[in-house]
Design a protein around this ligand. Structure first.
Ligand code: NAD
Length: 320
């Protein structure tokens, strides 16, 4: 069996595939392949499987270029980069990497919450810029996290873990909105369910987004919804960039409609909406919420296990 990996990933999964006798070709470029490059690479050999990344747009053209490939193992929990309907039509299996990254993404979410509340990035820059002239009673005042309301938008695996941390780690009140109620977090963390996005936004001091990118969630946060947030509130996004209308967010931050934001994902990655990087009340990280050695290695193993299970005639454990 021949497998194409669209970009170098941690070797755990690659080694597992090799140990199981698979022939592996990894893209020689450590960067995102253009559509033409990916098509051309897939046409080099009759690949039986593809291990792809969230930066690869997988659609009919890609499936055409690799007619033998009956499984696309995505190295991510999100799979908005893959045309699932087209895969289904062609009988191609798509898998993802859920759960193994939940704790890490939730940790990064809290790193962002703490950083924006305590103005960590701004303060670090202040010191590096040589502006620190001594302790002062009102220097870089932030805001407490304890006792504040954490609004979770999308209380699935990651959202629920963020709720756990907020409740148990920081004594926050937990509120959430989801298309389906999460009874577990209501019971365990006394989370309050809000039946509308607007209701959640107006009740929260920190709003953390954990929905997948779907047609129904694209621009879920827009100008009118930002206006529902408290002027003292913060927006944290570690889900997918297009869930937030980035222009609307820029304007809300610039005009003081909300207090601040912390973003790991952007609407047009790797571009950042012009001007956002100049604002002091925003923290920007380059889509690294799952980027720990442990988690990226576990994702690599999981993607490989999905491929192996498929070729052993089983339903891959993480077929989406
Ligand atoms: P999940 O499927 O467990 O949870 C998603 C939740 O969103 C579910 O509870 C679902 O009911 C809810 N939902 C779906 N549509 C909704 C809607 N229209 N309105 C409200 N709620 C809705 O997924 P997860 O494992 O928690 O991951 C969530 C997302 O986080 C992924 O889809 C991915 O895009 C993103 N993610 C980002 C990073 C990163 O590096 N920044 C890493 C991992 C995951």
């Amino acid at each position: 069996m021949k497998i194409f990996i669209t970009r170098k990933v941690p070797e755990t999964g690659i080694n597992l595939l090799k140990e199981n006798g698979y022939e592996i070709d990894v893209s020689p470029h450590d960067r995102v392949l253009s559509k033409e490059e990916l098509v051309s690479a897939l046409k080099q050999k009759p690949y039986d499987a593809v291990l792809c990344l969230l930066t690869d747009k997988i659609d009919a053209e890609i499936f055409e270029a690799s007619p033998n490939a009956k499984i696309f193992a995505n190295y991510a929990v999100g799979f908005n980069n893959i045309d699932i309907e087209e895969a289904k039509r062609r009988g191609i299996v798509v898998t993802n990497t859920p759960d193994v990254l939940t704790d890490t993404v939730a940790e990064h979410t809290f790193a962002l919450i703490m950083a924006i509340a305590h103005r960590v990035a701004e303060a670090d820059k202040f010191v590096r810029d040589g502006k620190y002239e001594g302790w002062a009673p009102e220097l870089l005042l932030g805001t407490d996290i304890k006792g504040k309301t954490l609004g979770i938008l999308g209380a699935g695996r990651i959202g629920a873990r963020v709720a756990f941390q907020g409740k148990n780690g920081f004594g926050m009140e937990i509120a959430y909105y989801d298309i389906k109620p999460n009874e577990a977090i209501e019971k365990e963390f006394q989370a309050t369910f809000y039946p509308s996005v607007e209701g959640l936004l107006s009740a929260s001091d920190f709003v953390s987004i954990h929905v997948p990118l779907l047609d129904s969630t694209r621009h879920m946060i827009n100008t009118s919804r930002l206006a529902k947030m408290r002027p003292t509130a913060y927006l944290i996004n570690t889900s997918r960039g297009p869930v937030v209308d980035e222009k609307a967010l820029f304007e809300a931050l610039r005009d003081g409609i909300i207090a601040g934001a912390a973003l790991d994902v952007f609407e047009n990655e790797p571009k950042v909406y012009p001007g956002l990087e100049k604002l002091q009340n925003v923290i920007l990280t380059p889509h690294i919420a799952s980027a720990t050695l442990e988690t990226r290695s576990a994702m690599s193993t999981m993607a490989a296990e999905n491929i192996i299970a498929f070729f052993e005639g089983q339903t891959p454990p993480n077929a989406v």
